[in-house]
Design a protein around this ligand. Structure first.
Ligand code: ZN
Length: 683
């Protein structure tokens, strides 16, 4: 599971917190920070940032080489992610790129910038749906203009491997301009057929009922170590039967996977013996598509807490499947930040204490917390679903039985949060949205510490905490599962952030850190995160729903005691927390209930919570937030370009690998499309 600043949270920053506004940077300043250009592009609701990779230069050469090969493996999966998000995405991206580079006509006039913006959005989202909300983009250029661009782009530039020029034109016109087709990437609206109405390329020609019956037919409910059914395949109907088209070297996406395994083999050749076995097991899985081998890989991977360099590469997160079975492809390559890891080590060493004191039914506590390993990392490369929008924390593996028997690995990504904080300095957010001076001061002084610790607690302990009641499989909550799981992890973090134990462990100076985080979290959940939603839309994404659920629930339950207050001043709305201790009590109460829902698989109660508190938007408040946000000129979403790595030889001998941060956004996207794009246009 990921913590995004939106996605991984932290929400994206963990979701929750966007690191917006000035917060004190608890990190040691990194060299060169002062003149570094953190933000390199802005369009629509998106900012494109760079991140740096401090510490890379000092790594031993063999670790740099390992990172280099893993980076290559990370880049070769990009097409998979794009195709997974919608079956027409590669056709769209390639056609737009062909126009962008080879269109022979006039590039002046209003519609060309609109076209360019649309392409930048498609790059950013790995497809035609917003990376976060999942809504299809509305182009700001006309159908006639598109026809003209296409007509003046030569055949040899266009993706005509699967479609004729006429078919391409007709199909893309519908895909791009018809608002009723492929409208939502992942539809989770209650009462609708979430399979048939989702554009995600995980199922084709099937209904929700058929898919649910298929899974029921292949699952063995008595297996104590079940595979992640359906994780790596597309479901289709052949001669009236539901079948899986498996994503492996000999199957769907094979051309991309062959390149991934090629670079993984190189990585294995320079890895330490433990890691060599891990990488070889991953290769074996990619070659066979066998999910038992994937589990074997995860079991090995989660136990390697020693290697300095680490990575994620595969079909991992299931957020985009409306039913939560199929995983998007992603990759992250990283190494440990030793200094900052001390913080997460303290937390994981005390994992059992936190579990024993969690405000949940003791029957749902784990009697023995296993192998929670936590570290702070520096990412060197992000790919697939982690690119360009990337999580700020990750906790894997996802299989419940592996987590129970072998624990999980949890990371907080420091160089990404650092880049967010640098890019947000002085943007006026807190001045606009935080009413009280005392809250602004606290957020300034303790905001980043609070965010980081909340992410640590969410990832290291929150997701791994608790246990299911006997007989509960874990998939009972269906389309509400992701939201409730994120809420559970967030509540765990919020509750313990304000625990005196945090002071005792030396992690925070006082309760002030929790107050800073609580004030920001509630304001974000009830109000400022609405900046990410288009007018008229509801909240769909799991992390955003989770934050809204928590904030709105606490607001309602605390009304009698005025725990959280909506203040109107000079025509503006503010959210103010009046009683932080009481709020912490409400977090405990809600955690108790959300844990019960998960442990008992209580679908109806989970649905009621989410539908009541997490989905619907107050149109008036929404309009106000968008106005105030626009006035500040802050784009609510961010993502990153990757650095470039270059091998340095003396004769035949590799002597160093150097990193540089000069590549632009469009430049990088076009290069990736040229150098790492092995899939046919239709798969
Ligand atoms: Zn999470």
């Amino acid at each position: 599971m990921k913590h995004t600043f939106i996605k991984i949270t932290m929400s994206i920053l963990g979701g929750a917190a966007f690191v917006l506004g000035q917060s004190a940077c608890s990190n040691v300043a990194q060299t060169g920070d002062e003149d570094f250009q953190w933000q390199i592009d802005q369009f629509d609701d998106i900012r494109v940032l760079r991140y740096t990779v401090p510490g890379f230069e000092e790594l031993p050469l063999e670790q740099k080489e390992l990172i280099y090969y893993l980076n290559q493996a990370a880049l070769w999966g990009r097409d998979i992610t794009t195709d997974q998000n919608c079956k027409w995405n590669l056709a769209v991206r390639r056609t737009l790129e062909a126009i962008y580079t080879d269109y022979t006509g006039d590039r002046t006039g209003e519609e060309w910038p609109a076209f360019e913006k649309y392409l930048k959005k498609v790059w950013f989202a790995n497809g035609i749906h917003h990376h976060y909300s999942g809504d299809k983009f509305t182009p700001e250029f006309s159908q006639e203009y598109f026809a003209k661009l296409l007509a003046q782009t030569p055949d040899e530039a266009l993706p005509l491997d699967c479609l004729s020029r006429e078919e391409l034109a007709a199909t893309l016109t519908e895909v791009i301009f018809d608002g009723s087709k492929y409208a939502t990437r992942t539809n989770q609206r209650d009462g609708e057929d979430v399979v048939a109405t989702s554009a995600i390329n995980f199922h084709e020609g099937l209904t929700q009922d058929e898919v649910e019956r298929y899974y029921a037919s292949i699952q063995d409910p008595k297996d104590p170590r079940p595979i992640s059914y359906g994780l790596n395949s597309k479901l289709v109907k052949e001669s009236g039967k539901v079948v899986e088209r498996v994503w492996f070297e000999g199957g769907m996406y094979g051309e991309a996977i062959k390149n991934i395994t090629y670079w993984l083999e190189k990585a294995a050749s320079v890895a330490n013996p433990t890691q060599k076995e891990i990488i070889e097991t991953l290769i074996a899985y990619y070659r066979s598509g066998d999910l038992r081998t994937f589990d074997a890989y995860n079991v090995l991977w989660v136990q390697d807490t020693i290697s300095n360099v680490d990575f994620v590469n595969g079909f991992i997160e299931t957020y985009n499947d409306p039913l939560g079975y199929k995983a998007g492809w992603e990759s992250s390559v990283n190494f440990r930040n030793e200094e900052a890891t001390v913080r997460t080590e303290i937390i994981s060493e005390n994992a059992q204490w936190f579990e024993d004191h969690a405000p949940i039914n003791p029957a749902f506590r784990k009697s023995e917390v296993k192998g929670v390993s936590a570290k702070v990392i520096t990412v060197a490369m992000i790919g697939g679903e982690c690119y360009p929008a990337t999580p700020i924390g990750i906790n894997l593996p996802n299989a419940d039985w592996i987590r129970k028997e072998f624990g999980s690995k949890s990371v907080t990504i420091d160089n990404i949060t650092h880049a967010y904080a640098k890019a947000a300095e002085g943007n006026g957010f807190n001045e606009e949205f935080v009413l009280r001076e005392e809250d602004r001061e606290r957020i300034k002084e303790f905001g980043r510490t609070g965010d980081n610790l909340h992410t640590d607690l969410h990832e290291c302990l929150g997701h791994g905490s608790g246990q299911l009641a006997p007989g509960v499989k874990g998939d009972e909550l269906k389309q509400y599962g992701s939201t409730l799981e994120e809420a559970r992890a967030d509540l765990f973090g919020l509750y313990f952030l304000g625990d005196p134990k945090m002071v005792e462990l030396g992690l925070v100076p006082s309760f002030e850190v929790a107050k800073a985080q609580y004030a920001h979290y509630i304001m974000n959940g009830m109000m400022t995160q609405l900046s990410r939603i288009e007018p008229g839309k509801t909240v769909e994404e799991a992390h955003m729903r989770n934050r809204k659920l928590i904030a709105e629930w606490c607001y309602e339950k605390g009304l009698d005691n005025n725990v959280i207050e909506k203040v109107k001043q000079d025509g503006k709305t503010y959210i103010v927390v009046n009683d932080f201790e009481a709020l912490r009590g409400l977090f405990a109460e809600l955690l108790h209930e959300v844990q019960r829902i998960k442990s008992e698989g209580d679908f109806e109660a989970g649905r009621a919570l989410v539908e009541k508190y997490a989905v619907n938007v107050d149109a008036e408040l929404h309009r106000e937030v968008l106005e105030r946000y626009n006035a500040l000129g802050i784009a609510p979403y961010s993502g990153f370009v990757n650095p470039q790595y270059e091998m340095v030889y003396e004769g035949d001998k590799l002597v160093d690998i150097r990193v540089n941060y000069t590549e632009g956004y469009a430049e990088q996207m076009l290069r990736y499309s040229k150098e790492y794009s092995p899939l046919p246009t239709l798969n």
